[in-house]
Structures are given as C-alpha cells and as structure tokens.
Design a protein. Structure first.
Lengths: 463, 280
C-alpha cells in the first residue's frame, strides 16, 4: 500500500479529526477561561435572574471606590439550595466559575472541602481593624457556621432560624392566645387541635420535607440530630481577635465537624414519628418536598394555622398580601430542649478568581450595614447584624414579635446550624426520599434505618 | 452534503455516546482530574440496590404508560373518526394535541396542585361523591398512578394524531366491502382496521417505550422520586449521581446500562412485531 493510497481515503477522517480537534480546542479554551476577566467580577447568587438589577445596587459603593471595575450579578433559580448548588457546580465544571458565590450553610463545607472556596483567614487578619465593627455586630454562632477546619470562608450577611409562625386569623378563630416564649410541645399540640376543631377545612400545621425548618426542627428540639456533632479545632485567631470579651463565643471552635450518622437514634425516630402522628390525627397533611412556595401560598390564603419559618417569611408573607397583623411569630416550642436550627447566608470567594483582592473588597462592602440593607430589603431574609434588627425595619411588614428572630440566637445559646457536611447534596436527597418513605409506609424506624445507611455510604465516599 | 450530515451525526450523536462510555470507566467529580477505574462503576452499579430498584420502577412505569397511551390513543382516534363534522374532528385533534406543546415541568407543577391531598381539586370532587382523602402523591400506588396519568395525558396527543392518520389512510372500499359482508364494528376493527394500522401501533409502541424509559420531568417535579424511591426513575438517579453528587463516571455507567436496556427492549419489540405487524 503506497502512501497516497493510505492518505486518499482518509480525507474524511482528517476532516472529522479536524472537526473533533476544533471542537475539543473550543471546549478546552472554554475550560481554560475562568470567566473572571481582569477588572471584572462576577457574583453568582441563588435567586431570580430578574432581581439582578436591584441586587446589583449592593455593589454601588464598591463601584464608586473602584471605578473601572465591572461587577455583574448572575442569578440562578432552584427549588432549594441543593438545586442551586447542582447548577452552580455544573457551571464551575464547565469552566465558567464566578468570582464570588452566595453560599448558605448548606454549601459551606461542600465548597470548602472541594477546594473551590478561598479561606478568608489572611484577608480577615490583615483587615482586622476594619472588620472589628462587623464582627462585634454579628453573633458568633453565625460566624462559626461559616468555618470549616479552622478557617473562615464567608462573612455572614443574613440568617434564618426555624421559628414558629401563626396565622393570626385562624388563631383568633380558635380562641387561642399568642403563646409564651417557653411554650411546650404539649401546648403546640393543643393549639393545633383547637385550630383544627375551629376550622376543619384548614390544616393546623403544615411543613415541607427538606433539611432546614422541616421535621428537623422537631428533631433539634427533641435533642437529636442526623449526624454526630463536633467542632473542628482552630479558629482561635478569630475568637481571640474579635470576640475576646463575648461570653457567647466561649467554646467556639473551627467550625462544625459533622461525624458519624445518627439518623436512626431514638430521639430522631421519635421526632419523625411525631410528624406521622400529626398526619394521622389530621393536624398536618402529607407534606410537599423541596421549596416552600406552596406552603407560603397556603398560609397566606388562611389555609394553614402554624408553620415553621424564619425571618424571610416576614417579607414573603407581606409580599404575598398579608397585613402586618395577619401573622405573628414565636420561638419553636420546647420539647426536651428548645434548641433551634438555623441557616446563615453570605458570599464566598472562589479560588479560581483572578481578582481575589477586588473580590475581597466587594465582600467586605456587601457585609456593611448599607450592603446588608440592600441584600435584606423588604425583609426577604434576616440581617446578620443585630444593630439592623429594629422596630423600623419591621414596621411595614410585621411581624409584631420580630425580636424573636435574633433572640433565638442570643437567648438560646445551644441553637446550632443545620447539619451540612461536605456530602450535603447526597444527604439532602436521602433525607427527602426517606422522609417520604416513612410518611407513606408508616414505618418510621425502617425508613430511618435506611437513611442511616444512606448517610453512612455518603460519608464513607468522601473520607 | 453527506459529509456534513455525517459530521453532525458524529459530533452530536456518536461522540456523546462514546464520551459516555469512556466517562463510565473513570471516577470524576468534574473538579479534580479523572481517575481510571475500569469496570469499577459497573461493579458498583450491580450491587447498588437503588439502581436496580430504579430500573424496575422505570420499566413498570414505562409499561403502564405505553399500554395506556396506545389503548386510549387508539380508542379516542376511533371515536373522533366517527364524527362527520370536520369542525369537531379538528377541535378534538387540537384539544388532544395541545398538551404536547406545553413543557412537562409546567404541567407537572399544575398537576401537583390538582392532586394535592388536602387542597387539590381532584380530592375536592372525589369528596363530593364520598371518596375523600385519596393520598395521590403521598402513597406509592397513588404517586405511581398520578405520574402515569400525567405522562399519558401529555403524550397522548402524539399517539392520537398517529392513529387518526393511520385510520384515515385505510381504503374506503375495503371498509365498504367489509360492511357489505355484514361485519359489525368490533369485527371490522379486529379483522380489518387493526391489522392495517398495525405498523402505526408498532411505531407508537416503540417510540412510546423509548420516551417512557427516559421519564424524568413528571416524577422529579411532582414527587422528587418519592415517596421513598417509589417513583425514582433511572434518569432521576443518573441526574442525582452526576449532577448532584458529582459522580459523573457512575452516572455515565448507569446511563450506558439504560442505553443497552433500551436497545434490548426495542429489539425485542421488533422480534415480537414480526408476528403481528402487517406490512401491506
């Protein structure tokens, strides 16, 4: 076979090869690009892309201080944080990472453990005088929730504890008074029965299957958790510098260390069994899985008497048309404890950013009072800075007892973040699946044994 | 022209399939460099009860969806064909075809509200006839039935239009001859119409099965695969493995197995079709 004979029929192959190489080169060049042009910052946030323009105002002070730097906000929707992270990780995997990402408690350890997020320790130490006022205004619980293996990854801008909301109209109809802060599970059950009796066409209590503010709130109050709780060592540099005289910072470490699964412990089983009991007594319906949009809609339409919500519900209910006296909030009822769960939000810097110094400056700016004012406008979430929790802030939206939001952190020191280990995504998926299994089959123990196995498998896969 | 067509097929069809097969041989989280694991993902898959269960769920749902689509689609086509009014025929064709044009996700959201246990319209009307409190999405049987109903309702228009076209193409003189011989409607259907449209029935069954085995939108939006894993289809599991758990190699391995299963089932349909499909 001569050389011409060898090459002649391979023209198509060459063409195909060239096309393939061209496509590969194009993909490679996409991968090589970080999406971080010089003098430009991209901020990815969890939310409606249409709100980018209003949210972008948070960067106005930064823009003034850094003329010539472009800041672009890119919103990604999703039913929950799990879905947002899925889309974000796909975006990063596709070679198009942003510089700054909004990441709540759910994803802090996920991003840190995958070495996607940049530790902020050196930046914070360097700018400690500038940050003193910030940390003195933010509860140490929130800061600790943003730490992983001794390093800080985000400056919290907002948070939400799992408190209990009441529909005032239905409460009045049932002739129930606003409960005291130290109300118990028995009180809760009694109120649920009264609401149900007074208005048979509504549900006394409704909830959503998810990690934050779900049956997990009952689990925390019952002294249980899905994972063994521990603390990473380290973090002294932060506590000694910014919280030296704050008793609430005592015993803090380098972030929550989520250990062996305990999903089928007695306290956890008892908590989910209680949810099943509520369903059997027709005090709660079969819950939806995922986001809480439907829940909020039903609450607004006076179809739900009580539900778990954070500060974000104040703005949500107001925007849905509820008057400030149409609803109210109280601490979650006491079971074995009155421990609450919370999630906190903030912005993290990605390691791949080519403009880390600029990104840090923007992060600091977004954590200022002015910045958080923009991020929490309309009370769509709760400011992490306690100085911003004022009567004025809630004058137009309610609720009447808005102090409950921050009191949860200050008056209940054992309040803790939701369990969000590096394998959060697998955990959230398994939790939804096993919870619905338990409610459907009625066999809570079996479902939680399954969850225990799922979590052990997920934990082993990352270690 | 042929080279361009081939290039498109290679880039958009063949290359992704080959890439999936290659990806199934590595462990890759899309962030760290991939590690070659050989057939490790397939070994894991064979021991993964969730995957095996998802295949069973998928086949079960697909069988119900395809059977319902073909039977109901054909039945409706036969009914509509009886209308003499062209306007009514057009109206029904449009009505049955419209759901196909709407996104499955949107439809699923709407049906989630309709089938809500406590506040749904369906349970409201059932309550009026003494059948209150059906747990449509909260029980295994209810969720399975609801998803099948929604999938069938949405895809029915495609099958319906196929059958309307096939029935219209049956020569009028054949039907007249059968009528003159004294055959009733049932005899006419089984002895004449069904054999003559059997290639269309076969086509609808094959396409329906291929679509149904890739069911994702309805169970994902309506139940997230629950309760438990009662409606977790294989494609949901692929999505979770690859995009939620960042196990792209494992997700690819599951997709390769689904691809092979699809080919086998389609081949079986062709084998079985030789016995009952009548190509005139």
């Amino acid at each position: 076979m001569d050389s011409s004979a060898r090459f002649s029929p391979s023209r198509r192959a060459v063409l195909s090869g060239a096309l393939g190489l061209g496509a590969t080169a194009a993909l490679s060049s996409c991968s090589a690009s970080s999406g971080s042009d010089s003098k430009a910052l991209t901020v990815a946030y969890f939310g409606d892309p249409k709100s980018a323009a209003s949210l972008s105002k948070v960067a106005d002070p930064f823009r003034k201080a850094n003329p010539g730097v472009t800041v672009r906000f890119v919103g990604t929707t999703g039913t929950d944080w799990n879905e947002f992270f899925t889309k974000l990780l796909a975006q990063i995997a596709a070679g198009n990472p942003p510089d700054i990402v909004s990441v709540a408690t759910e994803g802090v350890q996920l991003f840190a453990s995958k070495k996607l997020a940049e530790p902020l320790d050196e930046y914070v130490k360097r700018d400690k005088s500038e940050l003193q006022s910030y940390f003195s205004d933010v509860h140490p619980s929130l800061v600790e929730a943003m730490m992983y293996e001794g390093s800080l990854y985000e400056l919290p801008t907002d948070f939400n504890c799992g408190n209990m909301y009441f529909n005032s109209k239905l409460l009045k109809q049932a002739r129930v008074d606003y409960p005291a802060a130290d109300w118990t599970m028995d009180d809760f059950h009694g109120i649920a029965k009264k609401i149900s009796t007074a208005a048979p066409d509504v549900v006394a209590f409704n909830w959503v299957v998810r990690l934050w503010g779900s049956w997990t709130s009952f689990m925390y109050a019952n002294g249980g958790n899905l994972l063994t709780e521990g603390k990473y060592s380290g973090g002294d540099w932060l506590w000694d510098t910014f919280y030296a005289n704050d008793p609430a910072a005592k015993g803090r470490g380098g972030g929550f260390q989520w250990g062996a699964p305990t999903a089928n412990s007695d306290a956890v089983v008892e908590s989910l069994e209680y949810m099943l009991q509520l369903k059997r007594e027709a005090l709660a319906p079969q819950p939806d899985a995922g986001g809480g949009g439907t829940l909020q809609g039903l609450f607004t339409n006076n179809k739900i008497g009580m539900s778990i919500g954070g500060g974000f519900w104040a703005g949500g209910l107001h925007n849905a048309g509820m008057g400030m006296n149409d609803f109210d909030v109280q601490l979650f009822p006491k079971w074995k404890t009155q421990r609450h769960l919370f999630g906190t939000g903030g912005f993290g810097m990605l390691r791949s950013s080519k403009n880390k110094e600029l990104a840090w400056e923007l992060m600091k700016s977004m954590s200022s009072v002015e910045g958080i004012n923009v991020l929490t406008a309309g009370n769509v979430t709760t400011p992490a800075r306690r100085s911003m929790m004022t009567a004025d802030r809630y004058a137009s939206t309610g609720p009447k007892h808005w102090q409950v939001f921050y009191d949860t952190l200050t008056k209940l020191p054992d309040t803790a973040p939701i369990p969000a280990p590096p394998y959060y995504n697998q955990m959230a998926t398994a939790l939804v699946s096993r919870t619905t299994q338990a409610l459907s089959s009625g066999n809570v123990r079996s479902a939680l044994d399954g969850l225990q196995g799922d979590l052990e498998g997920a934990a082993n896969a990352v270690t | 022209m042929i080279a361009a067509s081939l290039a498109v097929i290679v880039i958009f069809t063949l290359a992704p399939i080959v890439a999936s097969v290659l990806l199934s041989l590595v462990s890759w989280d899309a962030i760290s460099p991939p590690t070659f694991v050989g057939l490790g993902n397939y070994e894991r898959l064979l021991q993964d009860q969730a995957v095996i269960r998802s295949f069973w769920v998928t086949i079960k749902l697909a069988a119900m969806i395809v059977a319902a689509q073909v039977v109901i689609g054909l039945g409706l086509a036969l009914l509509v064909q009886r209308f003499r009014s062209t306007f009514l025929r057009g109206l029904f064709r449009t009505a049955f075809f419209l759901p196909l044009l709407v996104s499955a996700a949107s439809i699923s959201i709407v049906f989630t509200y309709l089938f809500n246990d406590k506040f749904g319209v369906v349970n409201y009307y059932l309550g009026l006839v003494g059948m209150s409190g059906v747990s449509w999405l909260g029980s295994e049987a209810g969720a399975t039935a609801t998803i099948v109903m929604v999938a069938v309702w949405q895809q029915l228009g495609f099958v319906f239009i196929l059958f309307v076209a096939a029935l219209s193409s049956i020569p009028r003189d054949v039907l007249e001859a059968v009528a003159m011989d004294g055959a009733g409607p049932i005899r006419t259907f089984f002895a004449v119409k069904l054999p003559l449209i059997s290639p269309t029935v076969f086509f609808a069954a094959v396409i329906g099965l291929i679509n149904a085995l890739q069911l994702f939108d309805q169970p994902w939006v309506m139940t997230k695969g629950g309760p438990g894993d009662a409606t977790t289809t294989t494609v949901i599991l692929i999505y979770q493995a690859a995009f939620q758990n960042l196990q792209f190699g494992y997700g690819s391995a599951i997709s390769v197995v689904l691809f092979v299963l699809l080919m086998i089932l389609t081949w079986l349909q062709f084998v079985a079709g030789r016995k009952w499909v009548f190509y005139a």
